[in-house]
Design a protein around this ligand. Structure first.
Ligand code: HAM
Length: 425
């Protein structure tokens, strides 16, 4: 026998016992997004490579070393999307969604980055992303953050903390960059290899370094906030006071810079220390220049993306209960007549009670073996149907999760009794 094939490293199957948690997150997030007036947009998983080069930035980790880029059969360079913002902006420009319109959009799905896989970091991972176009004031920044706080509440997650910073305008960042580079050059020997390499290409990212040997050096580095322009400063102050008024706690982290080039002004991350090294579950910020840079009319924009794997991991580690999706009923059918009636009765039950989950046994077998399967399915009740029951036009209802006698009801009374037992009315 040849060796069985395995999935690509860093790309995971989401198995049935995990998918209930995924569905729980997706449903709750969708509910909250709809409550704030967001509409879904679905973009292709593949885009032209140039889109990501231009929007994420040539000298970012993503573009330099993490993209899944390939030549299409006709020679075009295409890339599996490493994130959703670029494609969303491209779609909005292409379909003129931004002309005199505020848009509140969300999308979900797989993203691809060739990173070193570890817990919470994968090569195919899933995001739910949110983008708002056409609003430049701090009120929408605050609304998005209040909405994320509501998301955590609705998911039953605790102990997530919000880190905030302002990157100012690109001119302010350029002045800061000069000061930072001058400072780091003075201490070049104390920089690790990665940071020495970044000094010319992307010095701001050095501030993100987690290397403990460099923390003292970075703590003493110039601070971005000392270089920020007045308009950005007042935008940030208004955002902070709106968050104070809304009761959303946050910490200003002057070293938060984010790894994508399109950001300016507000940036933020929701983090937990309960997931090990990959503790950012949601991240985003303003990118007021990107729409124009990609060929659209100048449009203010802000958004964020949630990492699904990390949120699901946190639900698991915080033991958040998720709704049980096991069947309510498992229909045991022994005998030819019973099988035929079992199929029809299950259909009638589904017609009468649309929320009901019913598995009808297929494949024959004795009562004993079918009851074993009923038990393993997680169902609360077995409906028992042998040819004798069919002749009497009756069904047995056997509780599988509590110590109670089996009862018998007529075919006609079945759906009323089931609805009552399962409290589906
Ligand atoms: P990002 O910080 O690159 O931002 O990713 C957002 C979130 O996706 C991260 O906080 C993390 O939870 C999750 N994530 C990223 N990479 C991985 C990975 N390799 N494995 C598992 N999870 C991962 C963006 O992608 C921006 N497009 C967000 C945004 C939207 N900004 C404005 N609008």
């Amino acid at each position: 026998m040849s060796k069985a094939l395995q999935a690509v490293r860093g790309m995971n199957d989401i198995l049935p016992q995990q998918s209930t948690r995924w569905q729980f997150v997706e449903e709750r997030v969708r509910g909250v997004l709809e409550a704030y007036g967001f509409c879904e947009v679905r973009m292709p998983v593949v885009e032209k490579t140039e889109l990501f080069r231009r929007s994420i930035g040539e000298v970012t980790d993503i573009v330099e070393k993490e993209m899944y880029t390939f030549a299409d059969r006709n020679g075009d360079s295409l890339t599996l999307r490493p994130e959703g913002t670029a494609g969303c902006v491209r779609a909005c420009i292409e379909h003129s969604l931004l002309v005199n319109h505020v848009q509140r959009l969300w999308y979900g799905g797989p993203m691809f980055r060739h990173e070193r896989p570890q817990k919470g970091r994968y090569r195919q991972f899933h995001q739910i992303g949110v983008e708002v176009f056409g609003l430049e004031g701090p009120d929408v920044d605050a609304e998005l953050l209040v909405m994320t706080a509501r998301l955590w509440k609705s998911l039953g997650l605790r102990r997530l903390s919000l880190q905030l910073n302002s990157l100012g305008t690109s001119e302010a960042r350029a002045r800061f960059r000069d000061a930072l580079v001058a400072y780091l050059k003075e201490h070049f020997d104390q920089l690790d290899e990665d940071s020495q390499r970044r000094l010319d290409s992307n010095p701001l990212r050095i501030l993100d370094s987690k290397n403990p040997d460099m923390q003292a050096l970075l703590d003493a580095a110039p601070l971005l906030r000392d270089y920020i322009d007045d308009a950005s400063r007042s935008h940030f102050e208004s955002l902070c006071s709106l968050l104070d008024a809304a009761g959303v706690d946050y910490r200003i982290n002057p070293r938060l810079v984010r790894g994508l080039d399109y950001y300016g002004r507000t940036v933020f991350e929701w983090v937990t220390d309960e997931l090990g090294a990959q503790g950012t579950v949601c991240a985003g910020g303003r990118y007021d220049g990107l729409v124009e840079y990609l060929g659209g009319r100048a449009t203010a924009a802000i958004g964020f993306a949630l990492g699904m794997e990390r949120l699901v991991g946190l639900l698991e580690s915080q033991d958040v209960p998720v709704p049980d999706r096991s069947p309510h009923l498992y229909v045991v059918v022994v005998g030819e007549q019973a099988q035929r009636h079992g199929l029809l009765l299950s259909e009638r039950l589904r017609d009468a009670l649309p929320q009901l989950r019913v598995v009808t046994h297929c494949g024959g077998g004795s009562f004993k073996s079918q009851f074993k399967k009923a038990d393993r399915s997680g169902a609360r009740y077995a409906l028992v149907l042998g040819d004798e029951e069919v002749n009497r036009r009756e069904v047995g209802i056997k509780p599988l999760r509590e110590d109670r006698e089996q009862e018998t009801v007529s075919f006609d009374a079945l759906h009323t009794r089931v609805a009552h037992l399962l409290e589906l009315v």
